[in-house]
Each structure stands twice: as C-alpha cells, then as structure tokens.
Design a protein around this ligand. Structure first.
Ligand SMILES: Nc1nc2c(c(=O)[nH]1)N[C@H]1C(S)=C(S)[C@@H](COP(=O)(O)OP(=O)(O)OC[C@H]3O[C@@H](n4cnc5c(N)ncnc54)[C@H](O)[C@@H]3O)O[C@H]1N2
Ligand code: MOO
Length: 417
C-alpha cells in the first residue's frame, strides 16, 4: 500500500495553496469585468434608493390623513419618474407612477386598480378606495423606502468573488464604470510524450502510424481552463520525451507564466521525466502521488514562496481522463487561489446511478452524464474502459467525486468540465 503525502484531494489543495502567490490587480472597464475576480469591493455611491419611490402606478397619500369612512380623496398634482415630486397638500392624493418620487409627507401608494376614479367637478379629480382595499395596511405599502436596499458606502460585494452580470447591474446602478480585479493568471500547457502528435498534424506524415496518437490533453485542458475568464491560457507546447528539451521548454514557460501544467511523464516509467526536470529547475515538491483514481501519479511543485512570487507546476498524468479530472479538481482550485478567488468553485450534490466500481482506499472521479426528468436531476455513471477512454469521456458533463471506501452509488459532489 503506497503512502501519500495527503489523504484526500481537498487536503492536497489546501496545503498547496499556502505556497502560491496571488496575482496583482488591474482596473478594467465593466464590459470586460464579468468572470474576473474582484480585488477591491465597490460601494454604494448613495442610499439605494436615494429617496422614497413608488413601486406601483397609483396614488400617493399620507396614511394618517386617509378619510375613515371610504369617502373620496381629491387628486392634486402628479409625480413622474425622473422629475422632482409636487408638494403634498394635506388630505389629498398625488397621481404617481412606478419609479416616481413620493412627495414629502406621503407614505403609501394606493394602486390604481384599487380605487374608483372620477373626473371631478371643477377640474379636481377624486379617487375612492374600492371595498376590499385594505385601509389598515401599514404605512409604506407600495413604496420603496430611501436606503431600504443599502446605505451610501455599503459594499456591494466582497473581494474574491467572481464578477457576474448580477454584480454588473448593481455597480452600473452606482455609476461605476471600472472595477479593480485580479490580473488574469497566465497558464502554460506543456505536453510531453514522443508518441503524441500535435493537432493539425504534420504534413510530412500523411497518415498517423498506429503507434502514434494525436494530442487529447493539450486541447482538453486548454478548453477546460479557457472558459474561465480569470485565466489567460497559452497555446500548448510540445516537447516529446527528451528530458533536456523538457527542461528548456519548462524554464522558458516559467519565465512568463504564473503556472505551468504539464501532461504525461509523471509516473515511474523510464521516460517519465517531469518531476526530475521541475526539481532540477528549483521547484519544491508539494506532492507526488495522491490516493485518487484516475490521476494517482499527479505531481505538484512550487517555485518561490507565497510572498515571493510563488508559481505552480502541476504535472497532470498522461491518460486523458486522468488529465482532465485532475486539471478540473486540483488545477482549477489552485489557479482560483492564484487568481484571488475566495473559495472553491461551487459544486452540486447529485445522485449517481450504481457503477460496477468497487469501494477502494482511493478517492474516485467518475465521469457522469446529467439527466433531468420530472424536475429531478440524476448523474448517470458512464461505463468506460478507464483513464484512457476518451470515447466514454466524450459523453460526460463532468464527474462526481466519491470519497475513499464509499459505495460507488449515492449522493456525491458533481463538478462540470
Ligand atoms: N508501473 C506503473 N506504471 C504506471 C503507473 C504506476 O503506478 N506504475 N501509473 C499508471 C497511471 S495511473 C497513469 S495515469 C499513467 C500516467 O503516466 P504518465 O503521466 O507518466 O503518462 P504517460 O506514461 O506519459 O502516458 C500515459 C498514457 O497516456 C497517453 N497520453 C500521454 N499524453 C497524451 C496526450 N497528450 N493525449 C492523449 N494521450 C496521451 C500515453 O500515450 C499513455 O498511453 O501511468 C500508468 N503507468
Ligand atoms: O490513475 Mo491513472 O490516472 O489513470 O490510470
């Protein structure tokens, strides 16, 4: 039974974060901010709303002045959205529209469908609340009170959140057109393996010999990371299995990236040169091997320290299912940390259908297909031939994480690709 430096993916992630530096800050226009990590909390520029506003089309009144016996109320003046309100005359109503400011002294709005309206004699219109209209309702009905959403200088979000369209709505409403976010984390992908051909193919090799394969990992990892706007992912680089070429390429990438992800070359074979190459360049091993399947040979190291530019080397295993699962489970979480994110990417708990897998002393990443029927979502466990089966992988939406020794069916966290 091999021993591992950490007994779970979560423990390995938590310990490794401490070695990594957080990206610096930059200001970006609001239009470029979605998906980036907030570095400085934007705040309300004034009370929200800035004055009492009507939430309905109707008539603004003062509760204490309402006639007791259901008599009519004279309508004096009109309040429209975007304009200052007319002065309130005691005992009368003001015609008002949704979003318009309440006249001083008015404290509630009667909806127009709750009154009978009469064009008044002498040009003064009157409204009479309809039977059933609840005159006893507390003051404030149908009014958005000044500051009820928040007060001037209240923060709108905490640093470390990923900017969403919802946050854009709130900051745009404050007249903010730029946000201070974390600089995008620069990630390089280095693909090893002399059997691996880069996409597009070499025109000098018209047909791929059967002992060579096309690269699945570089494009897959780039696609996985590339859809996260807080990351800036470079095109994969190919180095074969030559340790000297690997070392040179790695050193070049490390110079201009916050993280280098390699694929292949991390297990115990004679050509598995990644850990030695990384250590020779000064990387400090964080872990080599974790109790996970697929992905057991995963390797991680740090260059520098958290307060001195600590950069990440993550050696993903060569088998494509392993590479993608480890990139998602461990790579994304470590890169989120470098990007300044406050926590893990949210996961959902889903019910996974039974598999033919036995409980093992390993954490299992099991590719699944989500199905929603009758309002219930189930994760269908995909039967595959293991860590190299890209055909089964192709049908999956993501994977569930089954803790070690647990049965291979049940409710587990799901992570999308
Ligand atoms: N004696 C042992 N052998 C292996 C062990 C072990 O513990 N003892 N672990 C196995 C496990 S688990 C995995 S996963 C693999 C990982 O090994 P490497 O990271 O060193 O990967 P490679 O040997 O380079 O490749 C493994 C496999 O994946 C194919 N591959 C590699 N790169 C790509 C790519 N870019 N696109 C598509 N496929 C790729 C490669 O051809 C191999 O078939 O090691 C086991 N061995
Ligand atoms: O655990 Mo290795 O990751 O597939 O086959």
């Amino acid at each position: 039974m091999p021993t591992f430096a950490f007994d779970s993916p979560a423990a390995a992630i938590a310990a490794s974060k401490a070695a990594l530096a957080t990206a610096g800050m930059e200001d970006v226009p609001l239009s470029d901010a979605v998906g980036r990590v907030l570095a400085v909390a934007p705040a309300l520029d004034r009370d929200s709303p800035a004055c009492d506003l009507s939430a309905m089309d109707g008539y603004a009144v003062q509760t204490a002045e309402l006639p007791a016996g259901g008599e009519g109320i004279a309508v004096i003046g009109e309040a429209a959205a975007g304009f200052p309100p007319p002065p309130h005359v005691a005992g009368t109503a003001v015609r008002i529209f949704t979003g318009a400011p309440l006249s001083g002294g008015c404290d509630r709005v009667i909806r127009q469908e709750d009154v009978r309206f009469e064009e008044g004699p002498g040009g003064v219109d009157r409204i009479t609340p309809l039977a059933g209209w609840d005159a006893a309702k507390e003051a404030g009905a149908n009014v958005r009170r000044r500051g009820e959403n928040g007060r001037a200088d209240d923060p709108l979000a905490e640093p470390g959140v990923v900017v969403t369209a919802a946050l854009v709505a709130a900051v745009a409403a404050c007249g903010i057109d730029r946000l201070t976010v974390r600089r995008r984390v620069r990630v390089a992908i280095l693909v090893t393996g002399s059997e691996v051909r880069e996409p597009g193919g070499d025109p000098a090799i018209p047909r791929l010999p059967p002992w060579q394969i096309r690269d699945a990992n570089g494009p897959a990892v780039a696609a996985l990371l590339g859809r996260r706007p807080y990351l800036d992912v470079s095109e994969p680089i190919y180095v074969g299995d030559d340790p000297a070429a690997l070392g040179r390429a790695f050193a070049g990438l490390l110079d201009c990236h916050d993280a280098v992800m390699t694929t292949g070359g991390v297990s115990v074979g004679d050509h598995d040169a990644v850990p030695d190459a990384v250590r020779a360049l000064g990387g400090t091993t964080l872990f080599h091997g974790l109790p996970i399947r697929p992905g057991k040979p995963v390797f991680a190291a740090a260059f520098g320290t958290s307060d001195r530019g600590g950069r990440l080397a993550l050696g993903l295993p060569g088998n494509p299912v392993a590479a993608l699962c480890v990139a998602r489970r461990i790579g994304v979480e470590l890169l989120r940390h470098v990007a300044g994110c406050a926590g893990e990417e949210p996961t959902l708990l889903v019910d996974m259908t039974p598999t033919d897998g036995r409980p093992l002393p390993l954490w299992r990443f099991w590719p699944v297909l989500l199905r929603t029927e009758g309002g219930t979502t189930t994760a269908e466990a995909l039967a595959g031939r293991g860590a190299s089966d890209t055909v089964a992988l192709a049908r999956s939406d993501g994977f569930v994480e089954v803790p070690l020794h647990e049965p291979m069916a049940g409710r587990y966290p799901f992570r999308a690709w």
